[in-house]
Ligand binder design. Structure first.
Ligand SMILES: [Zn+2]
Length: 109
């Protein structure tokens, strides 16, 4: 559920890209053009719920052709965050990689 209390999918924010296109960011993670039109390269990929506002804050810096890359980066950032939290929960150094059976080597400097 969205933090606003609305359980059904809805538009969280509307932003304008660097090249002037309106983009809607939905509570279920979709990023679309106005009226829900799919964006080329983004399609039905979703942003993680924890990255929606960070994404919304960066949209104005990018053009429409660059948005698929921005979505990918936010998806990767979420995975990195989850891996970091998993290693912290396991009592390992935050840079340790868990989930492969055993901790791998990691740098500490
Ligand atoms: Zn909401």
């Amino acid at each position: 559920m969205c933090s606003c209390g609305n359980a059904s999918p809805h538009v969280l924010a509307t932003r304008t890209t660097a090249d002037g296109a309106k983009v809607e960011i939905h509570s279920d993670g979709f990023v679309t053009g106005v009226l829900g039109y799919l964006l080329p390269g983004v399609g039905r990929r979703r942003l993680p719920a924890t990255r929606l506002w960070a994404f919304a804050g960066e949209v104005w810096l990018y053009t429409v052709p660059e948005l698929p890359g921005l979505v990918t980066e936010h998806q990767r950032a979420e995975k990195r965050q989850a891996a970091s939290e998993a290693s912290r929960a396991a009592g390992l150094h935050p840079n340790a990689i868990v989930g492969r059976g055993r901790p791998s080597l990691y740098g500490q400097w």
